[in-house]
Design a protein around this ligand. Structure first.
Ligand code: ZN
Length: 223
């Protein structure tokens, strides 16, 4: 292996992972192509390789060190069809700050039913042994009283985000939306440090009109 692919591989290993429940391969990255590589922060070299139809980006994503984290999530959250892990900038900033992402507006409420949670910091022994698997367990513990179908994302303290959905495409969309609301929340706090999260009534209205059994927003029967 020459030097260039090694650089590209490191970029992707650091940047993220996408898996589908069925194959646990990065099929959606293959389907999504260069634009998705860029979103995942894999770098221009990887994107150009994908654009040229090179098999290399596929090969390096098929055996990722964080796959054990995804396996824990698939086992614990039965509805998952895809999981995405990225180090997208603003979501990662919140994770590094050790702060959940507060629901500061209805853009957030349209997709996440409450603040996007953050895990507890992992203990030294959890990091020393089976780190990636234990990352999954830390996420599952954080969701002991949360519903992964209404909160399709989490921040791992000091690390970055994991997002999911019923399909691999849905998981990618969640990751993209998470980055948007993370940036909005960051900018809101910068502009007005005293800004507070929206009221529960407004959160519920926006989330529940789009999700759940009584959803009506965007439905054919809406009046
Ligand atoms: Zn990571």
């Amino acid at each position: 292996m020459n030097a260039a692919p090694r650089i590209a591989e490191r970029a992707l290993l650091c940047a993220g992972l996408l898996t589908g429940a069925a194959a646990l391969l990065h099929v959606a990255i293959i389907v999504g192509g260069p634009a998705w590589y860029r979103f995942f922060g894999a770098g221009e070299r990887m994107a150009r390789l994908a654009a040229r139809g090179s098999a290399y980006p596929t090969l390096v994503t098929a055996d990722h060190p964080e796959t054990p984290t995804h396996l824990v999530l698939y086992r614990a959250f039965s509805a998952l069809g895809g999981v995405v892990h990225t180090h997208s900038h603003y979501a990662t900033v919140w994770a590094q700050a050790g702060r959940e992402i507060p629901c500061m507006g209805t853009t957030h409420a349209d997709y996440f039913h409450g603040p996007v949670p953050i895990t507890a910091s992992m203990a030294d022994d959890e990091i020393a042994s089976k780190y990636e698997e234990n990352t999954g367990h830390a996420i599952v513990r954080r969701f002991s009283e949360l519903d992964p179908t209404t909160m399709p994302a989490v921040l791992v303290a000091g690390h970055a985000s994991f997002c999911w959905g019923p399909t691999v495409t849905g998981a990618v969309q969640t990751a993209s939306i998470l980055e948007t609301v993370a940036r909005m929340a960051y900018d809101t706090a910068a502009l007005n440090p005293g800004a507070t999260p929206i009221a529960t009534a407004l959160l519920d209205k926006h989330f529940l009109r789009k999700h759940g059994k009584n959803a009506y927003y965007g439905q054919p029967t809406a009046v």
